[in-house]
Ligand binder design. Sequence first.
Ligand code: ATP
Length: 267
Amino acid sequence: ARELDLEFRVKSDVRFDDVGGMEAVKDDIRMKIIHPLKNPELFASYGKKAGGGVLLYGPPGCGKTLLARATAGEINASFFSVGLHQVLDMYIGESESKLHKIFELARKAAPSVLFFDEIDALAADRRDMRQSAGRGIINQFLAELDGAQAENDGVLVLGATNAPWHVDGAFMRPGRFDRLIFVPPPDREARAEIAGIHGREKPLVGFDPASIAKRTEGFSGADLRAVFDQATEAALNEAMKKGSVVPITGKMLEKAAKQVKPSTRKW
Ligand code: ATP
């Protein structure tokens, strides 16, 4: 259990403030997750309880993982992050047992957020997965989610996928991932906010988030981070030559924005 804990538990020091844009998504999560956990009795009077599953879907790099971490941060919950391949790439039987142990761990640590990335990897029709192994792990996963109804009180299961259409319908039944939330590519306003977040605590001059947002149509949050990483490198290279801090300029950011390719176009 200790090894699993070390492998999957992540300290979450991020909050909703660290996630740019997504106001509607954050509101959704507040109402479905955060408020019920904070006011369990009140929600119980309306037949609603905390816990259960939410599936986040949308293009890569737009903040699904970040949002899951921030959700844990908002409610001071333990955060467990599991890429499905960490569980699937094992011998038959081992995957199931590992999955079970992960759920146990999250139940013991409640309130907790248990995040599974690449949920579509569980799809039964995937050619690169042996049927038998696939079915076993799918059934195990479904059983654990149903446990989430009975004894998983205070365990919130969040899943993420870029391909919700590959996800087995059985996962979407009531009590499982019964809520589906779209995490969209950031619009211009959201991109300005994300740029502001990436620019925090960096030496910047002539930095105008609105102007960066305007030049980055189709960029994901991760693409925007790549822009800042490139510009930071440019500034650092000069700084090393000079032997003192050289600020990141608006020009460096513009140049980087031209080099990084937008990745959310087709969404
Ligand atoms: P994938 O589907 O590839 O797992 P994802 O949607 O889970 O992608 P994240 O891993 O959360 O995306 O995002 C990658 C990085 O991009 C984040 O760690 C963060 O630095 C940046 N990022 C993405 N979206 C945002 C956002 N809305 N606000 C701030 N930073 C963001």
